[in-house]
Ligand binder design. Structure first.
Ligand SMILES: [Fe+2]
Ligand SMILES: [Fe+2]
Length: 297
C-alpha cells in the first residue's frame, strides 16, 4: 500500500482497507434485570471498572467528534471524507447505546451524574487547547480504544467472562472501533499533525484516562461498600495487570504508536470484523432493522 508521509490537501490519505466499511448502526440495546450487577467475570472490581469506562464514553466520544469536525472542510480525499461521515455517525450511535447502559448503572444507585459533571469539566479544559492538539488527543484515545477492541475480539476468554446480556454491546462497539480506527489518524496526518504532538498526547491521554478511570471506578466501589471483597479486588487487578492481563498484554501495541512511521492499519485485523459482524447484527432491535439508521452530524 502506498503510504503518504507528507500529506497535501489533494493527496489521497485514507488508508482504511477497501474491505472495511464504516457505517453507523443504531442497535437499541436494553439493560434491565437480565443484567447481573457484577456482569464481568462475576467480579466486583472489573464490573465497576467497565461501568466507569461506559460513563466516559458519551461525552468522550462527543469530544472526538468535535475535534474532527473542526477540520472537516480541509479534507479533500473523497474516501476519507466519507469515512469521517461514518466515524461521526458510529460514535454518535455508541454514545446513545452507552447512555442507555449508563442509565442502568445510575438506576443501581451509582453516582453517574456527579461523574458526568466532573468529566465535563475535564473535557471543557481540553476543548480550550489548540485544535490540532485536541485532534492528537482523539487519535491517542482512538488508538487505545482500538487496542482494547482488538483484544476483546481476539480473546475468547475475555468475551466469555462477559455476561451474555452485556457481551453484544461491547462486541458491537469493538467491531466499529476497529472499522474506524484510522480515520482520525488519517485526518491528523492530512492536516499536518506532527510526530511530537501525537507522541506527547499518547502519554498525556493515557495518564488522563488512567486517572479518570481510576477515580470513577473508586467512586463506584465506594458507593457499593457492602459488597466489597478483597479477594475479588485482588483477582480483578491480576486479571487486568497480571500475566497476560487484559491491560498488561496491550503494552506492546501501545508502544507501537511511538514508531515514527506508525499507522493503525499496520496491524491489519480486518478479519475479526468479518468474523463477528453477522453474529452481532442479530442483536439489532427490530425498530432499527431495515436500514433504519440515524446519524448525528
Ligand atoms: Fe466509540
Ligand atoms: Fe472510536
Amino acid at each position: 500500500m502506498l503510504r503518504t508521509k507528507t500529506a497535501t490537501t489533494d493527496t489521497p490519505v485514507s488508508h482504511t482497507p477497501d474491505n472495511v466499511s464504516i457505517k453507523p448502526q443504531r442497535m437499541g440495546f436494553e439493560f434491565g434485570e437480565q443484567v447481573p450487577r457484577y456482569w464481568l467475570d462475576n467480579n466486583y472490581l472489573l464490573s465497576h471498572m467497565m461501568n466507569a469506562l461506559s460513563v466516559l464514553f458519551p461525552q468522550g466520544e462527543q469530544f472526538f467528534v468535535d475535534s474532527v469536525r473542526q477540520y472537516r472542510d480541509q479534507i479533500t480525499d473523497p474516501k476519507l471524507k466519507e469515512e469521517v461521515r461514518g466515524f461521526i455517525g458510529q460514535e454518535a450511535m455508541h454514545s446513545l447505546e452507552h447512555v442507555a447502559m449508563n442509565q442502568h448503572v445510575r438506576d443501581q444507585g451509582m453516582p453517574v451524574d456527579d461523574m458526568e459533571k466532573h468529566l465535563a469539566v475535564v473535557l471543557g479544559i481540553a476543548s480550550k487547547l489548540p485544535r490540532r492538539h485536541q485532534l492528537a488527543i482523539t487519535c491517542a484515545l482512538e488508538h487505545m480504544t482500538a487496542m482494547m477492541a482488538d483484544m476483546l475480539l481476539e480473546r475468547d476468554d475475555v468475551r466469555e467472562d462477559m455476561h451474555e446480556s452485556m457481551r453484544p454491546l461491547w462486541m458491537w462497539h469493538a467491531i466499529e472501533e476497529t472499522e474506524h480506527k484510522a480515520v482520525t489518524y488519517d485526518v491528523f496526518k492530512q492536516v499536518g499533525g506532527t510526530y511530537a504532538e501525537r507522541s506527547f498526547y499518547l502519554a498525556f491521554s493515557t495518564a488522563a484516562l488512567g486517572v479518570m478511570a481510576t477515580y470513577f471506578t473508586t467512586r463506584m466501589m465506594l458507593n457499593d461498600p457492602k459488597h466489597f471483597s478483597l479477594k475479588d479486588a485482588g483477582k480483578g487487578l491480576w486479571r487486568m495487570w497480571g500475566k497476560n492481563g487484559t491491560f498488561s498484554s496491550l503494552i506492546p501495541s501501545w508502544l507501537e504508536y511511538f514508531k515514527p512511521d506508525f499507522h493503525p492499519w499496520d496491524h491489519d485485523n480486518s478479519e475479526v470484523i468479518a468474523r463477528f459482524k453477522s453474529e452481532i447484527e442479530q442483536h439489532i432491535a427490530p425498530q432499527y432493522k431495515n436500514g433504519n439508521r440515524r446519524t448525528l452530524q
